[in-house]
Design a protein around this ligand. Sequence first.
Ligand code: AMP
Length: 289
Amino acid sequence: MKTLILRNMAEVKKALELSDSRNINFIPTMGNLHDGHFELIRKAKKNKNINLVSIYVNPLQFNDIKDLDNYPRSLDKDLKNLTELGVSMVYLPEKAFNLNNTSTIQLGEIANKLCGKNRKGHFEGVATIILKFLLLIKPGQIYLGEKDFQQILVIKKIIKDFNFDLEVKTIPIIRGPGGIALSSRNQRIKNINNLKKVYDCLCKIKIKIVEDNFYMKDLEYFEDNLIKSGVCKVNYLEILRESDLAELTSVPSKCRIFISCNIQGVNVIDNLSLKKVCFKEGGRLMTSS
Ligand code: AMP
C-alpha cells in the first residue's frame, strides 16, 4: 500500500475519520531516522494496524535556539525509508500546528529530574506537543524507545492524568558498534570513540553493582574519569528507581543508570537497566535476586 503523506490537521482527520482508534499505532519522531526508529516501526507493524509516523522537530522542547537550528534533518531520505518500510501514513506538521499556542502542561516532579534539571521546560514542551498529537490522531497504541526513558514516564503520566485510552509499547535501546546508543544527533560527533566510552562507563558501573561492589559515592569517581580523560562534560550520572526516578532506598526496586553529557557541543543521553532489583544499604548498592 502507498504511504500517505499528511501535512496538516485537516488531512490527518480525513485520513483517519473511518478508523477505529484501536487500530491506529502512533510513532512520534523528530526525523533523521535511524535503526532505533526503524525498530519501533517494525514492532508497530507486527499487529497489522495503521502505522502513523510523525516527523516534527518540536521547537517547544528546545531551550537552546542553536540546538534547534542545528538539529539534523534529512526529510527526503526519511520519507524514502518510511515508504520502503511500508508505513501507512507520515504526518509532517506544518508551522500552524503550534503557531501562537501559549498553553502548556504542568508536569510536576518527574519533569524536574535528570534532563529536566538543566533543560528547563523541556518535558513540558514534549508533553504539550504529544497531547496535541494524541487529541488529533486518537491512537490506540503509542510506540516509544527506552533511549528516552524519562520521556516514557512523562508520556505515561499525561496518558493517566488526562484519561487517554492508550497503550504504551516500548523497545529497548538499539545500539550500534561499540554499544553506542543510536541517535539522530550522533552524526554531529566527530570522535565516535567518546560515545563508546560513555557506554563503557555505564557497563563498568553495572558490573560493579552486579558484583555487590558499588558504593553510591563511586558515581563521582566515574564522572570525574569521563571529564578528566576529556571524553565529555557530564550533566548528570545517576542511579534511580525506574518507576518514578526517585532516589534509591532500602526498599528493593528496579533501577537504572542514567547519563547525560555533552560531547563536542552535542547533547548525548544514555541509560542502562540493571535488570536486577536493587536496594541501598548504608552507602552501598546491593542487588537481590
Ligand atoms: P526522536 O526522533 O529522537 O525524538 O526519537 C523518536 C522515538 O525513537 C523516541 O521514542 C525515542 O526514544 C526512539 N529512539 C530514538 N533512538 C533510539 C534508540 N537508539 N533505540 C531505541 N529507541 C530510540
